[in-house]
Design a protein around this ligand. Structure first.
Ligand SMILES: Cc1cc2nc3c(=O)[nH]c(=O)nc-3n(C[C@H](O)[C@H](O)[C@H](O)COP(=O)(O)OP(=O)(O)OC[C@H]3O[C@@H](n4cnc5c(N)ncnc54)[C@H](O)[C@@H]3O)c2cc1C
Length: 345
């Protein structure tokens, strides 16, 4: 029998591996540091017919109070490399378990443009394409070159192009049936050595005004300051960031909403027929900003961020979120959906 590299832990608290600090136990928990360990963990699960859940930093998942009756595989593969591409820009390749913000800090420190607007997003590199993380006018798909995956059904490695990843708003192939067997191993980014500022987002525009000479380090500093004011400290409360997606609606729905509320409703153009409405604006209008019910609440500076003040359960959070979803639908006729991955089995 071949030597086992991986360590299988049993009955591990998922609350301790998620930033919401909620959820029951993982029957088996395996932290993998290499592709070999990952293959072993998959084979262990498949031989025993245990379902697999792939975990990064746990900053966008809510496990139920029943936990995960199967194998949770935590991606801890590390490694980063830098190369120059044919245009003189940088190609940066990072393994799935790398901490996202450490990569951003490092690339910004090297004067590379592309990741700075995505500063301070918690979590790992491997989850970034899964969620197509986005902030301050940039989505990670804008700078991804390719994504290397392991197909758990064939045990083979594949390199997916940006088109094959089918990125959308907090969406990608990995969140759908066609990509559900893929585990992200490495992500390659195309970063520019020349300034390519993305400062049109309201908060950044207000911060820098009409300045055109802003450095990449200054953009990161600005984002960090803006985020410090907007998000709660993970050291103090549990949260997974924005709990819901901003709804995309037909322009006619947006117009109706304006006439019901008898007020202009902010929106961003998506295409000729659709706009995206900042849900925080609706939640504030409905009185959710800073509202607390038991152990759960909507954050005082950003109501889209649900916080767990401690001592609560996943069930309570789900109930809290459902209450918000119901009220938004009743008062605006808009159906909202969670951005956070709610996991049950
Ligand atoms: C305070 C706070 C602020 C946030 N701000 C933002 C923000 O501005 N923009 C934004 O987009 N998000 C934001 N988030 C959400 C979160 O940080 C991102 O979604 C992040 O990418 C999640 O990374 P993670 O490693 O923690 O993933 P997890 O939470 O561990 O997993 C998220 C999903 O990805 C899957 N997954 C993880 N790793 C892999 C892999 N290697 N292969 C395949 N599937 C995988 C999981 O199965 C799960 O479905 C915020 C969260 C918090 C707590």
């Amino acid at each position: 029998m071949s030597k086992l590299f991986m360590q299988v832990q049993e009955n591990i608290s998922l609350a301790e591996h998620t930033t919401l600090r909620l959820g029951g136990l993982a029957r088996f928990f395996i932290s993998v540091h290499s592709v070999e360990e990952l293959r072993e963990a998959i084979s262990f699960a498949q031989k025993n017919e245990y379902p697999i859940y792939v975990l990064g930093g746990g900053s966008n998942v809510l496990f139920s109070d029943m936990g995960w009756n199967g194998v949770v595989i935590q991606m801890s593969l590390l490694g980063r490399s830098y190369d120059e591409d044919s245009r003189g820009d940088a190609q940066v390749v990072a393994c799935a378990g790398e901490i996202w913000d450490q990569l951003v800090e490092e690339t910004v420190g090297q004067g590379l443009w592309g990741l700075e607007n995505l500063s301070r997003i918690p979590g790992t590199v491997g989850a970034a394409p899964v969620q197509n993380i986005g902030a301050y006018g940039v989505e990670v798909k804008d700078v991804i070159d390719w994504v290397e995956v392991l197909d758990t059904t064939t045990n083979r490695l594949h390199v997916l192009s940006v088109t094959e990843c089918a990125f959308g708003y907090r969406d990608s192939i990995f969140k759908h049936k066609e990509g559900s067997a893929y585990i992200v191993l490495r992500v390659a980014f195309r970063l520019s050595t020349h300034p390519s500022r993305r400062l049109e987002y309201k908060d950044l525009y207000e911060y820098f005004g009409t300045r055109t000479d802003v450095s990449v380090k200054e953009v990161r500093e600005a984002i960090n300051k803006i985020r410090d004011n907007k998000f709660p400290s993970l050291a103090k409360v549990g949260t997974a960031g924005s709990f819901f997606k901003n709804p995309t609606v037909r322009k006619s729905v947006h117009k109706e909403l304006e006439s019901w509320l008898d007020a202009p409703v902010p929106c961003y153009i998506v295409d000729t027929d659709h706009v995206k409405i900042p849900l925080a604006w609706i939640l504030e209008r409905l009185g959710w900003k800073g509202k607390r019910l038991g152990a759960m609440g909507c954050w005082e500076n950003q109501p889209l961020v649900i916080v767990h003040y401690g001592g609560g359960t996943a069930g309570e959070l789900i109930l809290f979120a459902r209450t918000i979803m119901k009220e938004v639908q009743e008062k605006t006729s808009i159906k909202i959906v969670p951005e956070v991955n709610i996991v049950t089995n």
